[in-house]
Design a protein around this ligand. Structure first.
Ligand code: GSH
Ligand code: FES
Length: 149
């Protein structure tokens, strides 16, 4: 799909969703239950999400690169947490926070074991080099060791 078309489509879709969905659902990310006044800053929410989940994909629902990244993990039978930025009222602020944390505000932004590993292209390259699954397994191991104590 043409990238510019994709981006315009992304924005239209995002506006449609924002009009249709109630405020609370749009604002919340993950299991957060706080109201807009007391919601933690995007960077803190991102930190919490990437430390709670071995694989996190910051994505947009209409983005084919994002779909490819999700499919890669799905096909490896690896559970992942997706945050669809175009479904969040403050998705753009999350992208700003991701920019601060990773140097880019593009999607997908993928984290494994709390560490940023790159976008879709980087992730596919890591997979080709046989380096992706070991990163996931490192995280599983770390979490299972924590449970032992
Ligand atoms: N090489 C990058 C390309 C990322 C990219 O250009 N993403 C576009 C969408 S496909 C983007 O995020 N555009 C800005 C936006 O949607 O906010 C990757 O593989 O992740
Ligand atoms: S928005 Fe078109 S591939 Fe990501």
């Amino acid at each position: 799909m043409d990238l510019i078309c994709c981006l315009i489509f992304n924005d239209i879709l995002s506006l449609m969703f924002k009009a249709a969905l109630p405020f609370e659902i749009l604002f919340r990310m993950g299991n957060s239950t706080s109201s807009s006044a007391s919601a933690p800053a995007p960077v803190n929410q991102i930190q919490e999400t990437i430390s709670d989940n071995c694989v996190v994909i910051f994505s947009k629902t209409s983005c084919s690169y994002c779909t490819m990244a999700k499919k890669l993990f799905h096909d490896m039978n690896v559970k992942y947490k997706v945050v669809e930025l175009d479904m969040l009222e403050y998705g753009s602020q999350f992208q700003d926070a991701l920019y601060k944390m990773t140097g880019e505000r593009t999607v997908p932004r993928i984290f494994i074991n709390g560490t940023f590993i790159g976008g879709a292209t980087d992730t596919h390259r890591l997979h080709k080099e046989g380096k992706l699954l070991p990163l996931v397994h490192q995280c599983y191991l770390k979490k299972s060791k924590r449970k032992e104590f």
